[in-house]
Ligand binder design. Structure first.
Ligand code: PHE
Length: 344
């Protein structure tokens, strides 16, 4: 086959291939096959040595012309493919702003957070500030300043997680009250919500981590009647006007006198039922007048000032509110349970 014949064949084949190629990979392969180091044209150029010397310039010129032509065709196809791919990409990425959105399931507030927020609402409505403090706490604030010195038997009532000898996971939010008394001047009116820890076994009514909200009021003429009035208002705001409180004598090292506070049973409204074990009352709070010793230790003059304090467990309020009988439901994170508290 002479050279002209071969060139014609290469061009014919190239024309067919150029028709068939439709993507970048195919184009690269074709460019290599035609113009690459071992490509058809290069091989032809190399074989020129076998031609008589006087024919070589003409043959060289012909081959170069074909090379230029093929290069131009390949380049044209290259831009065409690039343009097509760009168009495809744009079509793929186009955003249809009229398309209905996918349904995104809404989360819901945890019932403990719901109740905590509600209590905060009630107390801030009565002029209380919200103060928070550390969950990993010094023994000093958690116990000592609250009139619970080392080896005091009442420490046993709060099974404590110790981090170090003098550092604990707070067993109540009372240390926030001690911290506040040390840093603020009376009058003080605060509530301290937060997580607290006790080394209890998990069961239907106990958890080693639970939530409290404690309150503290200090002023010159605060009395037990103010405490009773405040807790009555709190009970009514939470459960309705027919709910009231009942105080029973009790003991806490940090209050004197101290009381356990019952609310009218929210289930039977005082008639007596399974929830209140027939008594018509349910115990929800500890409270009392701040022990003058605690005031003095926290830098408040007990001759001039008096105070009251109370503490409520939030889980108990939540369980009573929603008729939950097993506390574990609050911590298991089961969405079927939690989604029932959606407020929308
Ligand atoms: N700190 C007490 C507890 O955690 C509750 C309490 C607070 C009692 C304030 C009386 C006054 O058990």
């Amino acid at each position: 086959m002479d050279m002209q014949e071969q060139l014609r064949k290469i061009q014919e084949e190239a024309a067919a291939s150029l028709e068939a190629v439709s993507d970048k990979a195919g184009l690269d392969a074709l460019r290599l096959k035609l113009l690459g180091k071992k490509g058809d044209l290069t091989m032809l150029l190399r074989s020129m040595g076998q031609l008589p010397a006087d024919m070589r310039p003409k043959a060289g010129q012909m081959i170069n012309e074909v090379r230029e032509k093929l290069t131009a065709q390949l380049d044209a196809l290259d831009s065409k493919i690039k343009k097509l791919e760009q168009e495809k990409k744009l079509a793929r990425e186009a955003i249809d702003v009229t398309e209905p959105r996918k349904h995104t399931p809404l989360g819901s507030m945890h019932p403990v957070s719901l109740v905590q927020d509600q209590l905060i609402d009630v107390f801030t409505g009565m002029g209380f500030d919200v103060v928070e403090g550390p969950e990993v706490e010094y023994d000093h604030y958690n116990f000592e300043l609250l009139n619970l010195p080392k080896n005091h038997p009442a420490r046993d009532a709060q099974d404590t997680f110790y981090i170090e000898d003098n550092i604990v996971l707070r067993t109540h939010t009372s240390p926030v009250q001690a911290r506040t008394m040390l840093t603020r001047k009376p009058p003080i009116r605060i509530v301290c919500p937060g997580r607290v820890y006790r080394a209890d076994e998990v069961d239907a009514t106990h958890s080693p981590v639970f939530h409290q909200m404690e309150g503290l009021v200090i002023d010159e003429d605060v009395t037990m009647a103010d405490l009773k009035g405040t807790l009555d208002a709190f009970a009514k705001a939470l459960y309705g006007d027919d709910v009231t409180t009942r105080f029973r004598p009790s003991f806490f090292p940090f209050t004197e006198p101290s009381a356990e506070v019952d609310l009218t049973c929210v289930n039977c409204h005082g008639k007596g039922c399974r929830v209140c074990k027939g008594t018509g009352w349910i115990e929800v709070l500890g409270a009392g007048m701040v022990n003058p010793k605690v005031l003095d230790m926290c830098g408040i003059d007990s001759k001039k000032y008096r105070g009251f304090a109370f503490g409520v467990g939030l889980e108990r309020i939540v369980m009573l509110r929603y008729g939950i009988t097993d506390m574990r439901a609050l911590y298991e994170g089961d969405v079927r349970f939690l989604s029932q508290f959606r407020e929308d």
